[in-house]
Design a protein around this ligand. Structure first.
Ligand code: XBP
Ligand code: MG
Length: 271
């Protein structure tokens, strides 16, 4: 029986990677580095989960000697602290642009899930401060009370596609993977959730729409909003319960599990 929903943050709750990329570039400039990540570079580096790990990868590519020097780790930590200040400032609504919007259907489904007695949790590789900056404007100062468990880049330092953050959250929930659905946006996230044994709904963004999503429970442009999405693309608790039941009923047929139950046409305008 379905008991809980576990949400990834970046790309799933909100389309955040444009803001992350801008924050990285602002930190590089503030620290006097001539690094600048354009869209193509950042899209390629997104294959590496974790901001510190992502910068380390870029540094190894561009200056392997400096990247392995004794002070490199301290430099990366300072860079990441600066980046997090820029990101939380741009996301939380304190910037003129206002708070970063949640993706279609996220708040609706979380409200409906809680009203239906389902428990909610978060499993992300991002920095804890980023979660608060994103969710506080939408869920209020007590935003953490929405979630029975939160796994993040600090509590689970081994990043996706490793399943560490999902196994940690399942353990904190005291639930078996078969009673939970995960929500992700990327191939790394799908692989992490699948490795932890979870049926996973994928809602890619423009940053991740070219990833591979074999083994997903469903691949959709978003969780949908009744007034703007066609009915079959609107995810509600009743639909999730049906998908979850058929996913585990069909699990005896491994070949069928490789093809998502729902593979909608990811229309660019919907992403
Ligand atoms: C996506 C990530 C994060 C963000 C940047 O996290 O891989 O690294 O891109 O955030 P999610 P940090 O698991 O929520 O999709 O710089 O804090 O890592
Ligand atoms: Mg993500």
């Amino acid at each position: 029986m379905l008991s809980a929903l576990i949400f990834d943050v970046d790309g799933t709750l909100a389309d955040t990677e444009t803001a992350h990329c801008a924050a990285f570039n602002a930190a590089f400039a503030q620290m006097g580095l001539d690094w600048h990540w354009d869209r193509d570079t950042y899209q390629r580096l997104l294959a590496v989960s974790g901001g510190v790990e992502r910068m380390a990868q870029f540094w190894r590519e561009t200056d392997p000697e400096a990247a392995s020097s004794p002070g490199a780790e301290a430099t990366l930590r300072a860079l990441h602290q600066a980046k997090t200040r820029f990101y939380t400032g741009s996301t939380s609504g304190s910037a003129a642009s206002g708070p970063l919007a949640l993706r279609p259907g996220v708040l609706r489904l979380m409200r409906e899930a809680r009203a239906s007695g389902l428990r909610l949790a978060i499993a992300t590789t991002t920095t804890p401060a980023n979660i608060a900056a994103l969710l506080q404007p939408h869920l209020g100062a007590q935003w953490e009370r929405w979630f029975d468990a939160i796994g993040d880049g600090h509590s689970a330092p081994v990043k996706k596609p490793h399943p560490q953050v999902y196994t940690q959250v399942l353990s904190r929930l005291g639930l078996d993977a078969r009673s939970v659905i995960a929500f992700e946006d990327s191939a790394n996230g799908l692989r992490a959730a699948t490795a932890a044994g979870l049926a996973t709904v994928v809602t890619p963004t423009a940053w991740t729409r070219h990833d591979g999503f074999a083994g997903a429970l469903a691949v959709l442009p978003s969780l949908g909003e009744p007034d703007v999405s066609s009915p079959e693309l609107c995810v509600d608790v009743a639909r999730l319960r049906r998908w979850h039941a058929s996913f585990w009923r069909d699990s005896a047929a491994p070949a069928r599990r490789r093809a998502p139950l729902i593979q909608s046409q990811l229309e660019p305008e919907l992403l």
